[in-house]
Structure formats: structure tokens, C-alpha cells
Design a protein around this ligand. Structure first.
Ligand code: TNX
Length: 747
């Protein structure tokens, strides 16, 4: 008995250890190496009588594309044998011995087994081998989704197919196709040709970030749409890869493109163009019966094109401004005994829900749809955090988890200045990896309503397909670990598998994946005389650092040589000459050198006390953030700054001993992200009894607020006073705005 226990223990320990090195992503449920290798010839034969034609073609194409191996039908000892078995305990099993035997339950399982096999094959110097092993695998969640917004930017049928190819290869099975939004209607509807004639095109598009001021537009016609034939083609293509396409028709908000085509659909019935600006617009579908009928007619055609059980009806971000001032909406409210425009929204969704339910479909919508009653089979996509998902599951609705914090692939993946412009937010690979789909607070009963999760790719700032791939990969590999794998390895093991096995595959598939994960970590610490920057490589390699000075105001760079080691100390003493400098960093894992820019000033590393605590989401490196010589990046990338969400923020700063003449405080003005310049700063100085006395008040007029200092003091207290609330007509109107601060520059 004891011996059996011991053997069992050793075997488990052994398989655990090996699974960490398994080349397959998502990590299979179990993986055992048996020792030795099986080498593959350039021509192999397969017993595949049970295999569907689609799967056989997939196998053939993959072997050929990835390893130049040809599948032949000659009767020869088979290299791979496929067996279908209903009785299997898992989805599929792979045995690699003298032959390769793949047992599977369904056609989809066979497809996943082939994808796994492709990731087991190793190619070194033209020699193709497979490690002898035993694999057994099944998925954890049934909804493993990736979303693509084709409204803000349009992607061709071929690009969409490529998106599906890649996701299917990594065992995603749901493609959420965001087909309509303010900036474009992308699906042909035969009854309403103007939806695509007019609604699929805009005259201009915002250049740069939404938060930029002034906003600049490219005045060029932009757009495109899919014909119903093309839609069918994509749906059929996806089905071959066991991907279900869930279309989204946004309502009642994000409807400007439809309104441009048919102004009578709105409350004001006035013509408005398809906007070239992002955001949330007041003009939405009116709740009157005529508009509801229009949407039902649209859905009639949509339902015919998509065999999926679910139709996504949006439901998010629908301001009630127009509904509150519309006679027709008022009539709907009174005739149906509704309390207000909020109940009207749920009544609106309810009508769509009933209509689609009667047609044998189920609705899924963004978590706002919870705000009214829903039919029992309606599902909720939780995006504004996890709360919506928890509540929906408690109400026995199916849930797909897609919270912004972990699943928004339109967010930045590193703080590097080289990242392409993105909406904001910070979602590095590790954060996606450490996400757990089932919220911690959920009850055991509610848990079973969590169908799975998905990442969303909104494309306001994504203009071409190369960038789509850059934003999605490798983050999708981290997400699928959470969605599929029952035996998720730790993050470092995942990274090792990624770089050893998956990167070569991604390169073979010519995926433009991001290398941001290889950016060394920049650690900043206080020293006696200032701050020290240490670059820590994530890989075993020596970093090369060179320093250049640059007078900020002139923007001139001058190379001044190589640095020894991987650290550099910046001292806060005299630097009249060098106001700033850059460190260029070269790593063998990055395609080009990365530039880090630092600012010199007399406050570097001095003590700072945060009387008001920054929000934990935006607390970066704590108090040191304000005096670390790293000036918060614009546009904001979600890190480097301290973010406060209070009316008053108090900070005490120690001053250097030499004469201080001027202090500059950096604030962020990013209204679209609810971040506003504060109203003023009150400066306080301590008297001999330790009482803080107001010394002056400075009104904030710009992002870098200069304050002339006439006081002599050891410490200064800043009381930063925010504006009362976000002004009307802006996103987040009425709410407390955020105050983002960095850096406090002392001269
Ligand atoms: C919110 S997520 C939206 C989208 C934007 C996205 C940008 C959701 C249901 N609505 O319209 O594109 O933020 O991250």
C-alpha cells in the first residue's frame, strides 16, 4: 500500500514537473514524457478513415505549411493513426511511440488533437522529431471567445479568416463579430440597402488620440461592409475550424451609422453623418414602435445568416438624453406603465429578447442589459468589471466574463514609448495570465452559469491587420490558458514554453506578435543622493546600455557612451547642463533598441508623503513615482502616474537644501478617460509649531503647472483641489473626475 502510494506520488510529481515543459499551449490536462523521440520523414502516411475531410485537409495543410511534410496515401507503415472513440474519458488522447496514435471523441476534438500535434513537432536544423509522450486533454470552459470590432476599422474577409485561423489553432471556439457601431454599419441587410450604402462609410476619421486637443481629422472617405454572401462564407469557414460566429448588432446605443442611413430611426429624426470621432453619442435608436420594428426586420435577416444559438444585441453605453426629451418615448413609457427611461431601456431589450427567443435564438448582451428583467435564457457579457457577471450568475443567467481589467486587448501591453498608440489602460501579458475566469466572490451554485470568457479587441486605434495581430498575440495565448487548461502551469514556465516552442511557430505562421514581454523591467530605487535605475532582463542575457544627453528644450541627442552593468544612478545635485538624458537599451530579444528618457531635477529621490492614497489601480511605484525622474507618458498608458479619485489630494514634499526657485507639477488632461486637470493647488508651509499655514493658491491652467516659489521651507504641503464634477456633455458627466499627477519637478 505504502509502496503504491509512493509510486503514485513519484509519478504525479514527475508528470507535474514535465507538464511545465510541455510545448502545447493551452497546456493539456495531462502530459507524460516517456523518453526518446520519434523522427518524422518528409513524407508520412496516415490512417484516417474516421477523420472528416475537413480535418484531414487541416492536417495536410498544417504539416505542409509548418514543416514541409507531405501526407501520402501509399500503403506503407502508417506514421499517424486516428481513431474515433465515443467512450473516451477526455476529448482526445495522443500517444507518441513507434507510431503516433490519436484517439478522439468528436470532430472538433480531432481538430484540437491535430493542433496539439503541430505544437509537439520540433524542427531543428531540418530534422523533425516528436518527443515520445502520452497526452490526455479536455477543455475547461465551453465559451472561449475572441472579439473583433470591424466597425471602427474595417477588416477584409481574408483578414477575418486569418483571425479565425489563428484563434482556432489555439483552441478558441467563439468569434464575436462586432458588426455595427456608430462609425460604421458593416453587414448587408437586403430590406435596408442604405444601411451599407450610407452607413458603411464615413467622411473623416480622428487622427491620434481622442483626448488630444485640438482634435485632428483625416478627411478621407473610409469604410466597407460584408455582403450576405461574404458573411455566409466566413460563417462556413469558421465552422470548419469549429469556431462559432456570434454576430453583434448594437442597440439601442452606438447606432449613429444606422441613423445616418435612416434618420427617422432616431428621436430627433434629423440627419446626422456617420461620425469620424470615437466615444459615446447621445443620438441612439428611438424606442418608438417603428424603430423596434426596423430592428426586428434587421434581426430577421441576421438570424438567417448565423446558425449560432446566441445573437449579441449590445445594450451598452446608451445615454438617455434623447429619450428623456422625446414625446414618442414618453408615450411608450406611459402606455407600458414604465417608471422612466431606464425602465424603457429594459423594455426595449425585452422586446428584442422576446422576438429572438420566439425565433429559437438566445440573446447575449453587455452587462447593462441586466438593469431590467431578462428572459431566462438570456446571457450576459460582463465587461465593466466582474460584478455584472456575478449578479447575472446569481440570477441564473449564463455569463461570459470579459472584464476590461483582464480582457481588453486594446489596452497597452507595456509602458514603452515604442508601443503603438492605444486607447489607454495597461494590460501586460502576466496580468492576462493571472486572471481567473470564475470570480472569487461567486457561490458554488452560481459558478456553473459561467460559460467561459473572451477578450475584446476594439479597434478605434487599430488601423490595420498587422496591429490586430500585435495586440492579440501573445496575450491570447495567456487567456486561452485560463479558458482551456485544467492544468495551468505557472507564469514563468508558460513564458519559457512560449519562447522555446510557440515563438518559432508564430514566426512560421508569420504572426506579427508583440515582443513587449521581453522588455526589461525598469526598477527605480532611492539612493542617498538621488535615484538609481536598474534594468532587469526577463531573459538570461546581458543588456547593453548607452547613455545620451539631451537638452529637453532643444531635443538634441548626443551619444556619450556605453554604461557598465545594468544600472545607472542619477544624482539630484547640480545639473544645469543636463536637464534630461536617455538610456538606449539593446537586447537580443527585441527587434530594435528601446529608448528610455529621464528628467533631471533637484527633487530626485527626496522623501514624499502621500497623505491621500492613490487608487490601488494607479499607484505605480508609490510616493517615489513623483520624484523618480520618469515623467508620466502622454498619451497615458495606464502606468507611470499616480491616480487619485478625491476632491482633495494632499501630498507633502521635502525640499532640497539649495535654493528652490520653481516647482513644476505635471497633471494629465485626458477627459475621455475621466481624467481632468484640477482646479487649483493650495501650497502650505509649516510654522515653528508644526502647524500648516496656507502660503498661496495657484490655479491650474496647463498640464505642466509652473509655480514660482518665494517661500523658504524644508517641506511643502500641496493640497490639490479637483473640479467639482465632470461637466455636462462629457463622458462621465456628474462623476468625480480623476486627478493624475506626475512628476513634481523641483528647480
Ligand atoms: C467600451 S466594451 C465600449 C466600446 C469601446 C471600448 C473601448 C463596450 C461594451 N463598449 O464601445 O470601443 O470601451 O475600450
Amino acid at each position: 500500500m505504502i509502496i503504491r502510494f509512493l509510486v503514485g506520488f513519484i509519478l504525479t510529481a514527475f508528470s507535474q514537473q514535465v507538464i511545465a515543459q510541455c510545448s502545447i499551449i493551452p497546456t493539456p490536462s495531462s502530459y507524460l514524457e516517456v523518453g526518446g523521440e520519434h523522427s518524422l520523414e518528409k513524407q508520412i502516411s496516415v490512417v484516417s478513415t474516421s477523420l472528416s475531410k475537413g480535418n484531414r485537409d487541416f492536417l495536410k495543410e498544417q504539416l505542409n505549411n509548418l514543416f514541409s511534410i507531405e501526407l501520402i496515401t501509399v500503403k506503407k507503415k502508417p506514421t499517424i493513426q486516428f481513431l474515433r472513440s465515443e467512450k473516451l474519458n477526455s476529448s482526445y488522447e495522443i500517444h507518441v511511440g513507434e507510431t503516433i496514435i490519436i484517439t478522439y471523441k468528436t470532430d472538433a476534438d480531432a481538430f484540437y488533437a491535430i493542433a496539439s500535434l503541430m505544437q509537439l513537432i520540433d524542427e531543428k536544423a531540418g530534422v523533425v522529431t516528436v518527443k515520445k509522450c502520452e497526452i490526455s486533454d479536455s477543455p475547461q470552459f465551453q465559451w472561449r471567445g475572441l472579439h473583433l470590432d470591424v466597425a471602427r476599422h474595417f477588416f477584409t474577409v481574408d483578414e477575418v479568416k486569418r483571425y479565425i485561423d489563428l484563434m482556432a489553432f489555439y483552441k478558441f471556439n467563439t468569434f464575436h463579430w462586432h458588426l455595427t457601431d456608430d462609425q460604421g454599419w458593416r453587414i448587408e441587410i437586403k430590406q435596408y440597402p442604405r444601411l451599407t450604402e450610407v452607413g458603411a462609410y464615413r467622411d473623416s476619421t480622428l487622427v491620434g488620440h481622442y483626448n488630444a486637443s485640438p482634435r485632428v481629422y483625416e478627411k478621407k472617405k473610409y469604410g466597407g461592409f460584408y455582403t450576405q454572401e461574404e458573411i455566409k462564407e466566413v460563417v462556413a469557414y469558421a465552422a470548419q475550424k469549429y469556431v462559432t460566429v456570434v454576430p453583434e448588432i448594437e442597440l439601442p446605443g452606438h447606432a449613429r451609422a444606422a441613423i445616418a442611413a435612416y434618420p427617422e430611426l432616431s428621436c430627433t429624426e434629423q440627419f446626422l453623418p456617420v461620425p469620424g470621432l470615437w466615444g459615446v453619442f447621445d443620438d441612439i435608436f428611438c424606442s418608438k414602435p417603428e424603430t423596434v420594428q426596423f430592428l426586428k426586420n434587421v434581426l430577421d435577416e441576421v438570424v438567417e445568416l448565423f446558425p449560432a444559438d446566441y445573437i449579441h444585441i449590445g445594450g451598452d453605453e446608451a445615454p438617455k438624453e434623447r429619450w428623456n426629451h422625446c414625446e414618442k418615448c414618453e408615450k411608450v413609457i406611459s402606455e407600458n406603465g414604465l417608471a422612466d427611461a431606464h425602465e424603457l431601456q429594459s423594455y426595449f431589450i425585452q422586446q428584442m429578447d422576446d422576438y429572438l427567443t420566439a425565433k429559437g435564438k438566445k440573446i447575449i448582451g453587455w452587462d447593462e442589459i441586466l438593469e431590467g428583467g431578462l428572459s431566462t435564457n438570456a446571457a450576459v457579457m460582463s465587461w465593466r468589471g466582474e460584478e455584472g457577471g456575478i449578479e447575472a450568475a446569481n440570477q441564473k443567467h449564463n455569463v461570459v466574463m470579459s472584464p476590461t481589467t483582464y480582457c481588453y486587448f486594446d489596452y497597452y501591453q507595456s509602458g514603452s514609448a515604442d508601443e503603438p498608440l492605444a486607447i489607454g489602460g495597461f494590460l501586460p501579458l502576466e496580468k492576462v495570465y493571472n486572471y481567473s475566469i470564475v470570480p472569487k466572490e461567486i457561490t458554488a451554485i452560481a459558478k456553473k452559469y459561467i460559460l467561459g470568457g473572451q477578450a475584446n479587441l476594439w479597434t478605434e486605434y487599430i488601423e490595420d491587420f498587422e496591429q490586430v495581430e500585435y495586440m492579440v498575440y501573445p496575450r491570447a495565448l495567456a487567456l486561452i490558458q485560463n479558458l482551456w487548461s485544467k492544468n495551468k502551469v505557472n507564469y514563468n514556465d508558460f513564458l519559457a514554453v512560449f519562447s522555446t516552442y510557440q515563438e518559432p511557430l508564430l514566426q512560421k505562421m508569420k504572426v506579427n506578435y508583440s515582443r513587449s514581454v521581453y522588455l526589461p523591467e525598469l526598477k527605480i530605487s532611492r539612493t542617498e543622493n538621488g535615484v538609481e535605475y536598474t534594468f532587469v532582463s526577463k531573459r538570461n542575457e546581458e543588456l547593453k546600455l548607452t547613455k545620451e544627453t539631451n537638452r529637453f528644450d532643444m531635443g538634441i541627442g548626443l551619444q556619450i557612451g556605453e554604461l557598465e552593468g545594468n544600472s545607472y544612478e542619477s544624482q539630484r545635485t547640480i545639473f544645469q547642463l543636463e536637464e534630461g538624458y536617455s538610456i538606449n537599451l539593446k537586447s537580443s530579444f527585441l527587434p530594435k533598441p528601446i529608448k528610455y528618457t529621464f528628467k533631471n531635477h533637484s527633487g530626485l529621490g527626496l522623501p514624499v508623503q502621500l497623505i491621500t492614497k492613490p487608487h490601488p489601480k494607479y499607484s505605480t511605484n508609490g510616493d517615489l513615482t513623483l520624484v523618480d525622474g520618469v515623467v508620466g507618458a502622454r498619451p497615458w498608458k495606464g502606468d507611470q502616474w499616480l491616480g487619485f479619485n478625491e476632491k482633495e489630494t494632499e501630498i507633502i514634499v521635502d525640499l532640497p537644501e539649495n535654493n528652490v526657485t520653481e516647482i513644476t507639477v505635471g497633471f494629465l488632461d485626458a477627459k475621455g478617460s475621466w481624467i481632468y486637470l484640477p482646479q487649483s493647488i493650495v501650497l502650505l508651509v509649516e510654522d515653528e509649531n508644526g502647524v500648516w499655514k496656507k502660503s498661496k493658491e495657484v490655479f491650474i491652467t496647463e498640464e505642466y503647472q509652473k509655480i514660482d516659489l518665494s517661500v523658504k521651507a524644508k517641506r511643502l504641503k500641496f493640497k490639490v483641489i479637483s473640479i467639482d464634477e465632470i461637466p455636462k456633455g462629457n463622458e462621465g458627466a456628474g462623476f468625480q473626475p480623476w486627478t493624475f499627477i506626475d512628476e513634481i519637478i523641483i528647480k
